[in-house]
Design a protein around this ligand. Sequence first.
Ligand SMILES: O=c1[nH]cc([C@@H]2O[C@H](COP(=O)(O)O)[C@@H](O)[C@H]2O)c(=O)[nH]1
Length: 313
Amino acid sequence: MPYTRDAACGYGKMEQHVNRGERFHMSGCGISLDISLWLSLENYQLTFVSGEGGVGVRVAIIYRLHPTKKNGLKAADFFKEFSGFVDSLATNSGHLLILDTEKLYSDIMQVICDPYNKTFTWEVKKKQMGRKQREAGKILIEEFGLPITVDDFCQQLNELQKKILPANTVLLPGAENLIRHLHKHKVPIAVASGSHIEDTELKFTKYKELFSLFHHSVCSSSDPDITQGKPAPDCFLVAAKRFPNSPDTEKVLVFEDAVNGVEGALAAGMQVVWVPDANIDKGSLAERATLVLDTLEDFQPELFGLPPYGDQN
Ligand SMILES: O=c1[nH]cc([C@@H]2O[C@H](COP(=O)(O)O)[C@@H](O)[C@H]2O)c(=O)[nH]1
């Protein structure tokens, strides 16, 4: 698609070319798009794409410069400037696995790594996801050789989570629909998380009513009945036991994004729908999970003997 202006706006080039209020017009392949760019905050750019000629697109793309030594930006700048802004954009709870917190965790991990000039990676993240707080801290410290203790890690993590999670957490596509559907049809549902109960509450700050639809939540980092976090099966077994009729494990269906969580659910003898991030290498786990989906929006309840969407009864 040709631009009517020279400046191609690949992410790398955008840094050099964008000025406040600048507009691009792209056309070709029967599609015509208007892209307006402006620096809405000191270090971030907001892009609106709107379609013309029968193309119904209205997308807001938020772009932030990648923190480098050269531009002097740190991942922490993101939080300072951005949380209120994202909050105002994320008011559409209808649209927007349940909560999209993994990007926030990655930024928090990068802030903890920043003083030691280490770059947080998906390889390390994959090992941490779903784990209890202290176990996740141990992994970060060992993988990057950080000169801090697990207690230091937990203290920093808790401070950052309090600042970041309440305003910035948004629902992932398909999550709200699924929770309301199961609740409406009286299918008992619970949260089984690696987090501390306080973090789970921080994450649901904007979605208290939705959170109330869960019968209970098991939070591995603070629950006295959980000795081992994911990938151990404990949190899933305890979550199942706490339903009034304590269902047999093979009748429980788990929704997971973390590799550790899928391993835990399988070890508990449960069925598991895995919705992995695109950055996760699925490997042989994809064959062991009951079902692998790109998004919860693709979940079809009837495949598991549940009432289909749109069923009024
Ligand atoms: O990038 C990360 N993702 C996830 C975790 C860990 O995973 C938990 C979330 O697990 P769950 O998805 O089961 O709630 C977090 O509390 C944290 O301990 C982490 O440390 N770093």
